[in-house]
Every structure is written in structure tokens, then in C-alpha cells.
Design a protein around this ligand. Structure first.
Ligand code: PHE
Length: 419
């Protein structure tokens, strides 16, 4: 008998998968690049409209039994492998910055020096590869311990630490002078900033951040209790993930604005801007170490879900043992990750292609499967929850069947300026 998650365990493990670089690295810079609160509002709409139904659909597919995934397992394996390789490279950056902050090598630099440091590092090969290797080893070690003793236990320890560090950082940011400017940027929308491109970005970000569209959550649902509500679990995971993303914004923008720094640098935001912020505040060095620790922890609880997704594939398709699957998957992503480090356009392609298109496309396929191929009555029964006496199983089904597929296609076509 397979050892599954406990009731709290599945929520924490799925939240561990969801909360990651997407929330703490990507979300703030996407908000920064896309004009602040306007992006946040569209993002929240995506979370409501795509997040709850698609996450529940993934949980449904997973819990129905891994053998039923069929061809979707191939799709899931392919997306997970590409995504994992890209994700590992950035996880490596976090480790390097944790090392640089512990050894105090980030202080005393100007903005342009920090920017050069970042570009020199990310365009070099040996050190990024070394840290990527560390990321794979850590992930593999946790995975070797198994689902309950590895994933669940680590999520239970790491997630609360992550939360406390974020709260500490927010306290620090909000007590700085002019911090209200950052809060205004985050909360006061300028609707003229909403464009088709922004909507495409917000959709991609929603899938990235909620871990949907890969099959990672479907994989976790294979270890879920039969009587646990799919929809309530989704809604708890989504609440936690969205809370962490907003808290990350609140931890970063007040401090950035308080120092009069422009928040639109993109992926550099946390690696270049934040060290500057930390450098200029009392106690900044400690917060800097804590921040990069937080980022690394968040990344690892996500990489384990990606590896678990690949293990599901190896187990079902090749009857491979867990250790052997871990070894092969690790080698596979190491090779792809190394290629992404060596060939920059490949890294950019992975970033753009996977987060913006492949994840929503995966979500689209899961939605089509649950909405059109799976047994309708069974889906409605499994997704049924009552909110104030009204049962919403059917409503979610209708959303999954009729609204989500055309909307995702529309967002793609519109964002690509085809229509
Ligand atoms: N949700 C994770 C993050 O925000 C990334 C992830 C996506 C992990 C898909 C697993 C599957 O960083």
C-alpha cells in the first residue's frame, strides 16, 4: 500500500509546490514591469477564473488513478522536464545569492556594479552549473525519502519558516520612510495599463504561480485521501499561494520605492535592486540572508513536485523503481539545464515558451479532458462542495467545459496579436 499524504499534508505539499520562485522572484518583477495594481487585478481575476477550476480538474485527474492519465502523462512529462530545467537554473541563482549574502559579498556596491555582477554571473558557466547541481542533489535527496517522510515533512517545516521570514521583511519595509509609495503602486490601479499583452502575461503568471498545467498537482492528488474535497483543497492552496505573492510584493515594493528605485528592471529585480535596498537599511545584511534563504526554500519545495511528476511517468510507463527514476530524471534535467546555461537564447526560449504558453496549453488540455472526455456525473460528484447551501460542482463543470477552453485560446490569440 502506497503511503499517501495526510489531510493537512496534501494542502501543505501542494502549497509548497505552488509557492516558489513564481511568487517571490517572478511576481514582483511582473508587477513592476506591467504597471503595478492593474496587473494585480487581472492576475487575481485569472486566479479566480482559471485557478480554482483547473486546479480542481487536475486534482480530479490525479485522484481518479494514475493509470487513467494515459497520453496526458506524456504531455505532463514533457512540460515538467522543460520547466524543471529552466526552474533549476534560476534556483541555482538563488543559491549563489544566498552564498554571496552570507559571505557579505553583496554590500557596498553601486547599482551598476550589482547589475554587472548579476550579468557576469548569469552569463558564466561553471558556478551556475555548480549551484544547479546542488539544486538537483537536494531535490533528489528529499524525493528519496518518499512522499510522506520527504515531501510532506519538508513542506511542514519549510513553509512556516518561509511565512515568518516574509512577515519580518514586510515589517522592515513598511517602517521605512515613504514606504506608502510602494503600497500605492501595488494597490492603486491605472486601468489604462491593461493591454492584451498584460492579460497574456497575467494568465501565464497565474499558471506558473499556482503550479497548474504541468500535472504536478495531479501527481500529488494520486496520494490524496478519497474523501478529501478537491475543491476545498484547491481553494486553500490558492489562498496560500496568492497570499504569499501579495506578501512578497508588500515586502519588496515599499522598500524599493522608499529608496526611489525604479521597479521595472525585470528578472534582475530581486538580484540587483534588493541587495541595494538591504545595503541601505539598518539590519539589512541579516534580512538579505533571510531573503535569499526564503527564495531558495521556496524553490526547493517546488522542484520536488516537478521531480515527483517525472517519477510518476517513469513508474507508470517503465515500471521503474523510485531511486532509478530519480537518477534518470536528475541526469535529464541536468543536461537540459546545462544547455540553458550555455546557450542563452535556449534559456530565454524556455522561459518565454514554457511559462507563457506551455503551462496554459497544459491547463487547456486538462480542462478539455475533464470537461469533455471524463464522465460528467462523476466529475460533478467529485467536485461538489456546498457553499451556503448551494452546490457548486455543476457550476465548476460548466466553467471547465464551456468557458475555460475558449478563454485560454482567446488570450493566446489576442496576446499574440492574431486577433
Ligand atoms: N508554482 C511554482 C512557483 O511559483 C512553480 C511550479 C510550476 C512548480 C508548476 C511546479 C509546477 O514557483
Amino acid at each position: 500500500m502506497k503511503k499517501g499524504f495526510s489531510k493537512v499534508g496534501i494542502v501543505l505539499a501542494a502549497a509548497g509546490s505552488a509557492v516558489g520562485l513564481g511568487n517571490i522572484w517572478k511576481f514582483p518583477y511582473m508587477i513592476g514591469e506591467n504597471g503595478g495594481a492593474a496587473f494585480l487585478i487581472i492576475y487575481l481575476l485569472c486566479v479566480l477564473f482559471f485557478g480554482i477550476p483547473i486546479m480542481s480538474a487536475e486534482f480530479y485527474i490525479g485522484r481518479k488513478g494514475l493509470h487513467r492519465w494515459g497520453w496526458m502523462r506524456w504531455l505532463s512529462m514533457a512540460i515538467a522536464t522543460f520547466f524543471f530545467s529552466f526552474y533549476l537554473v534560476v534556483t541555482g541563482w538563488c543559491f549563489q545569492y544566498m552564498y554571496l549574502s552570507i559571505t557579505d559579498l553583496l554590500s557596498g556596491h553601486s547599482a551598476s556594479e550589482l547589475s554587472t555582477l548579476f550579468t557576469t554571473f548569469t552569463s558564466s558557466t561553471t558556478i551556475p552549473m555548480f549551484w544547479m547541481g546542488v539544486g538537483v542533489l537536494l531535490t533528489a535527496a528529499i524525493e528519496l525519502m518518499g512522499v510522506k517522510d520527504g515531501i510532506e515533512r519538508m513542506s511542514k517545516i519549510l513553509m512556516p519558516i518561509l511565512f515568518c521570514v516574509l512577515l519580518l521583511m514586510i515589517g522592515r519595509g513598511l517602517t521605512m520612510e515613504r514606504s506608502y509609495l510602494g503600497m500605492r503602486f501595488l494597490l492603486y490601479p491605472d486601468f489604462s495599463k491593461i493591454t492584451p499583452q498584460l492579460i497574456l502575461n497575467a494568465t501565464g503568471q497565474c499558471f506558473f504561480s499556482l503550479s497548474i498545467g504541468v500535472g504536478a498537482l495531479a501527481t500529488y492528488a494520486g496520494f490524496m485521501d478519497k474523501d478529501q474535497s478537491l475543491v476545498s483543497t484547491s481553494y486553500r492552496v490558492i489562498l496560500l499561494d496568492t497570499l504569499v505573492a501579495i506578501l512578497a510584493g508588500m515586502a519588496i515594493f515599499p522598500a524599493v520605492f522608499s529608496l526611489g528605485i525604479n521597479p521595472t528592471q525585470g528578472p534582475e529585480l530581486v538580484f540587483v535592486t534588493l541587495p541595494m535596498v538591504f545595503d541601505s537599511i539598518p539590519g539589512g545584511h541579516l534580512f538579505e540572508i533571510l531573503f535569499f534563504l526564503l527564495l531558495s526554500i521556496a524553490a526547493i519545495t517546488s522542484t520536488i513536485s516537478l521531480l515527483e511528476t517525472q517519477l510518476n511517468f517513469w513508474e507508470m510507463n517503465a515500471k521503474m523503481s523510485r531511486p532509478k527514476g530519480i537518477l534518470i530524471s536528475s541526469l535529464l534535467v541536468l543536461v537540459l539545464g546545462a544547455l540553458a546555461i550555455l546557450i542563452h537564447p535556449f534559456f530565454n526560449l524556455l522561459d518565454e515558451l514554457v511559462s507563457k504558453y506551455l503551462l496554459p496549453a497544459g491547463g487547456l488540455i486538462f480542462a478539455i479532458y475533464v470537461g469533455w472526455i471524463a464522465n460528467k456525473d462523476d466529475v460533478c460528484r467529485e467536485m461538489n462542495v456546498r457553499i451556503k447551501g448551494v452546490s457548486i460542482g455543476k457550476f465548476l463543470f460548466v466553467l471547465i467545459r464551456y468557458s475555460i477552453p475558449p478563454t485560454i485560446i482567446l488570450v493566446f490569440l489576442n496576446g499574440l496579436q492574431i486577433i
